[in-house]
Structures are given as structure tokens and as C-alpha cells.
Write a protein that binds this ligand. Structure first.
Ligand SMILES: [Zn+2]
Length: 60
């Protein structure tokens, strides 16, 4: 089986999707989170959220 890959059209770099409500920034790294700005409480991005969860899981 020989698959020849010739001139494949490279897709243009798509800009970040800007749909949905304005998201709150992560309180730790200032990255946009999945929480809306109206979210009450600590907003963490998925990465920091995961780290926090692992940290609390490790303690104890
Ligand atoms: Zn973060």
C-alpha cells in the first residue's frame, strides 16, 4: 500500500471561536475559563481546575 500525498491544500488558520458569553478569566493563570463572567465564585480554567482537583485528591 503506497499512499501518495501530493499537494494537499492547507486549511487556513481558523480564528478562535468567539461565540457564547464573555468568559471569566482564571484566577490563577488569567486564561479564559468555561465559566461566564457572571459566574459567582472562583473561576478556574480546565488546567488549573484539574490541578486543584489533583492537589486536593492527594492531600489526605
Ligand atoms: Zn488557569
Amino acid at each position: 500500500m503506497s499512499e501518495y500525498r501530493g499537494t494537499e491544500p492547507t486549511p487556513p488558520a481558523a480564528p478562535a471561536p468567539a461565540d457564547g458569553p464573555p468568559f471569566a478569566d482564571c484566577v490563577l493563570c488569567q486564561e479564559p475559563t468555561e465559566y461566564p463572567e457572571s459566574y459567582k465564585g472562583i473561576t478556574l480554567c480546565p488546567v488549573c481546575e484539574w490541578r486543584e482537583a489533583e492537589r486536593t485528591a492527594c492531600s489526605g
